[in-house]
Design a protein around this ligand. Structure first.
Ligand SMILES: Nc1nc2c(ncn2[C@@H]2O[C@H](COP(=O)(O)OP(=O)(O)OP(=O)(O)O)[C@@H](O)[C@H]2O)c(=O)[nH]1
Ligand SMILES: [Mg+2]
Ligand SMILES: [Zn+2]
Length: 842
């Protein structure tokens, strides 16, 4: 230490003493000797107000003695000295910032243990191997251990469980081959510098460190990044330079906060160099993340995966064992449900089964819809009998009366070509065997009926046929048409995101946002996907509905439970289906329904389950629950118009109650309506609609003036309803008006289609079926119901006419006589109706 130096040191210290300073800077003063020998340094003890002291860049080998009096010291810089070891006990109890870097420390000073207020500690560039002294520093936020001799000792590891505040840790350049275990507990870390070690992989427990905002992995020997890193969505900066990576993984685009990415000096081939550009040329250049996202985006869109997901619908009479089957599919050892646990409405659960190894995915996801078997539900259930699904019809063998024909007709009507497995439950080996007498006939008639399996669900998993049932089910699922078809990979990402979402509902906008996040940016694509998921039973989204279109129901049971709750309500049943808005508030009292009552009501209206009374505010009727008894009413039998809808083999439930909902504002006095009939009144004419289940018919009579207008209104409503049953066979029948029939209450009825066929073949008359078998003029039967004749819509030069008769479209040319049915005009509802009724012939 030169004389000059000594002078300057004492001057600075004395000045600080005079001024009662809080700061003192003695850095780079060449302080070298044994501090006890420096008189001036011992003066430090008078600086009792000192809060900040800089002794860096000197040649101290021990701490100056005077320091121990500086009890208010908050910041102490001792970096760049030669404090090989540090002596004694010191009590810097207020110390918050301590720099001990670059001192050649072999061991941490013992007094570090007591620095309980310490927030920042720099220990870099020493020769430390052990860190035990740090384990009590509960306030520590930032710790620099760069350039030491740390190694991951397998046994002797400090416990850092108390370092809960630590946010920044630098352990770069320590020659670590693996990360030390003590890092595991530091899950609050935001900044972690691991660069310049010898890491070949990252430990799985680093997955928990999801708060990380910056992670420096540069200068290691990583060959690939672990996939779980995609969960570190807080990451803003990621340094990967100087490793052995060949690929940047596509999940990087999920790190939406990432703004700085280094990848210099890696043998990366994917993405190609064109995408990474400068980032491969200079160590200081970062990856252009926008370009990278675009690249991944395109890749994702081009990439397709196969979707393995479908709906299983379990139908059958009450108590047949539907829920039992559902339980056993999910867990073959599950106990059977109790008798009193009859299913309310519909339960939806998922079941997974493993896929063969050659498939893209590991598991097939089945959404099981377990339908309540009580009769009151049947009309409503129909809405959920979807196509492109697998069905199981469960029959209890002890009940001989299961009407297989009706069940199978219903399944065919609503399920399209979906396969159905018939499960004969409770088929005790030694009990009474039951046979389905007409099974061969049923099989012939119903192509959908694929397998018949006899089983005792009670004995599952030991029941003989249980493996057969599983095999059959799996086969049916794997051979569904839509399954295994490639879909954009983005769809899977969205489906995953939605199924992770625990909310019951989200808005359409929120749904679109989820899609955008997963690179489905166009609204039409997003809606196409929601339609698909709606079909799979994953979600409910009635896109086209004015009220419901904005709501994406992520948990279908959220909506279904609410709807069935109304139909099940004792009060509402007792009130013959009448209820008020305030009763709904009581029924839907849970917070999950808050703010959604209008949606749920709309859902019910959408399913044609209820209608509002026009003469009583906030009051509704669920027509399925109306009084069964026919009320007294008068009817004028003079000069009625009649039309009947006949269902030759199967009449679905609820057609009339749904027609009532559609036509509710015409109901006479808003009260002339009962479970199987209604009287409509438009001020000129009255219409009587009756549902005769025994006859498989809806019968319509009109009396009064301008009968045709009201008839057309009724026909329009019914035809629209039938559009929902593409496989339903029905015919429209019109009464004969011959002299023999006219006076009769039960005239002969012609099938409208036969009449039109005859006209098409230039036959203007038809023979009545009642004696004396009069010939009747067809134009007289339907003449004024030919609503309009128009030119062929597709070709203005085509002179042939289009007839619309009771909603059925025909085209014909009177001069040439070649009248053919219109089947290929696509864009009008009435044409579609014509096509439906033409299915009668098929
Ligand atoms: N002993 C015996 N009992 C059975 C068997 N299958 C079902 N059960 C019982 O029959 C009762 C009705 O079965 P569920 O599975 O609830 O019938 P479900 O078809 O779901 O009935 P709903 O939900 O009312 O339509 C329950 O108490 C079952 O435990 C069987 O194979 N053997
Ligand atoms: Mg059940
Ligand atoms: Zn007749």
């Amino acid at each position: 230490m030169s004389a000059n130096n000594t002078l300057e040191i004492s001057e600075r210290i004395n000045k600080a003493i005079r001024k009662n300073s809080t700061d003192l800077d003695l850095h780079g003063m060449n302080l070298r000797e044994q501090p006890v020998a420096i008189k001036d340094l011992s003066q430090l003890r008078h600086l009792t107000q000192l809060q900040s002291l800089d002794l860096s860049y000197n040649k101290l080998i021990m701490l100056p003695n005077g320091l121990r009096h500086l009890t208010l010291l908050q910041s102490l810089n001792l970096s760049q000295n030669q404090l090989k070891s540090t002596d004694g006990r010191r009590h810097f109890t207020q110390l918050q910032f301590l720099e001990l870097n670059n001192n050649g420390l072999l061991k941490l000073p013992d007094w570090l243990r007591h620095l309980t207020q310490l927030k920042t500690l720099d220990l870099s560039q020493n020769q430390l191997a052990s860190l035990d002294e740090l384990s009590q520093l509960a306030q520590l936020q930032s710790l620099n251990l760069s350039q030491n001799r740390l190694y991951a000792h397998p046994v002797r590891q400090p416990s850092f469980t108390k370092l809960a505040q630590l946010q920044s840790l630098n352990i770069s350049q320590n020659r670590l081959h693996v990360l030390p275990n003590w890092l595991r507990h530091l899950t609050k870390l935001k900044n972690l510098n691991l660069s310049g070690n010898r890491l070949t992989q990252l430990p799985d427990w680093l997955r928990e460190h999801t708060q990380l905002q910056s992670l420096d992995l540069s200068h290691n020997q990583l060959t690939q990044l672990p996939d779980w890193l995609c969960e570190h969505t807080q990451l803003e900066s990621l340094a990967l330079s100087y490793n052995l990576l060949t690929q940047l993984p596509d999940w990087l685009h999920q790190l939406t906060k990432l703004n700085t990415l280094y990848c210099y000096n890696n043998p990366i081939t994917d993405p190609p160099p064109e995408i990474l550009g400068d980032a491969l040329k200079h160590s200081f250049s970062t990856v252009n993340l926008e370009a990278l996202h675009r690249y991944f985006n395109q890749l994702l869109q081009a990439r397709t995966v196969t979707f393995y997901e479908a709906k299983l619908l379990i139908i059958g009479e009450g108590g047949a064992g539907k829920t039992s089957l559902t339980c056993k599919l999910q867990d073959k050892h599950a106990p059977l449900p109790k008798k009193e646990e009859s299913t309310d409405g519909i339960d939806i659960v998922t079941w997974h089964f493993p896929l063969p190894p050659e498939c893209d995915e590991e598991q097939y996801r089945v959404n099981i819809w377990d339908f309540g078997g009580q009769e009151v539900y049947f009309a409503t259930h129909q809405f959920f009998l979807t196509r492109r699904s697998v069905y199981v019809l469960v029959a209890d063998t002890r009940q001989q009366h299961t009407d297989f024909y009706t069940w199978l007709r219903m399944q065919e009507t609503f399920g399209g070509d979906s396969p159905i497995i018939l499960l004969k439950n409770r088929n005790r080996r030694h009990g009474s065997r039951f046979f389905i007498e007409n099974l061969p006939e049923l099989r012939k008639r119903f192509a959908n009926l694929k397998d018949v399996i006899e089983l005792d669900l009670e004995n599952v998993p030991d029941a003989d046929n249980w493996p057969t049932l599983l095999r059959n089910l799996e086969y049916r699922f794997l051979t569904l048409d839509h399954v295994g078809k490639p879909r954009p990979a983005t769809w899977v990402a969205v489906r995953e995101a939605l199924s992770q979402d625990s909310r019951d509902t989200i808005t359409q906008q929120q749904y679109l946002n989820v899609c955008t996040e997963h690179y489905i940016k166009r609204t039409d694509n997003a809606l196409q996907l929601s339609d698909y998921l709606h079909h799979l039973g994953d979600i409910l989204h009635f896109q086209k509905d004015a009220v419901l279109g904005d709501l994406v129901i992520l948990q279908p049971t959220w909506g279904l439970d609410a709807v069935y709750r109304v139909l099940d309500s004792e009060t509402i049943v007792k009130n013959w289906g009448q209820f008020t808005r305030s009763e709904l508030h009581t029924l839907w009292h849970e917070p999950k329904y808050d703010g959604h009552h209008h949606h749920l009501l709309r859902l019910m209206e959408n399913f044609q389950l209820c209608y509002p009374l026009t003469n009583q505010p906030d009051t509704f009727i669920a027509p399925q629950l109306l009084e069964p008894e026919v009320p007294d009413y008068t009817w004028d039998h003079e000069d009625n118009r009649q039309l009947r809808y006949h269902y030759p083999d199967f009449m679905p439930r609820g057609i009339l109650s749904r027609a009532i909902v559609k036509l509710h504002d015409r109901i006479e006095n808003q009260d002339l309506v009962w479970r199987s009939g209604v009287i409509l009144n438009n001020g000129y004419a009255r219409a009587e609609l009756l549902e005769l289940r025994g006859e498989n018919e809806i019968r319509i009579r009109i009396s009064g003036q301008n009968k045709r207008d009201l008839l057309m209104e009724v026909v329009k409503a019914l035809d629209e309803l039938h559009l929902g049953f593409p496989k339903l066979r029905y015919e429209k029948r019109i009464p004969c008006n011959c002299t023999a029939c006219a006076p009769r209450l039960e005239p002969h009825f012609f099938n409208l289609k036969d009449l039109l066929d005859r006209l098409a073949h230039r036959r203007d008359t038809i023979e009545c079926n009642n004696p004396p078998y009069n010939y009747v003029a067809i134009h007289g039967l339907i003449g004024d119901d030919i609503r309009h004749m128009q030119k062929h819509p597709g070709n203005p030069f085509d002179q042939r006419n289009i007839y619309n008769v009771f909603g059925s479209l025909y085209q014909g040319d009177h001069h040439q006589g070649d009248k053919t049915e219109v089947g290929d005009i696509t864009d009008s509802t009435s044409v579609a109706i014509g096509r439906k009724s033409s299915a009668d012939t098929n």
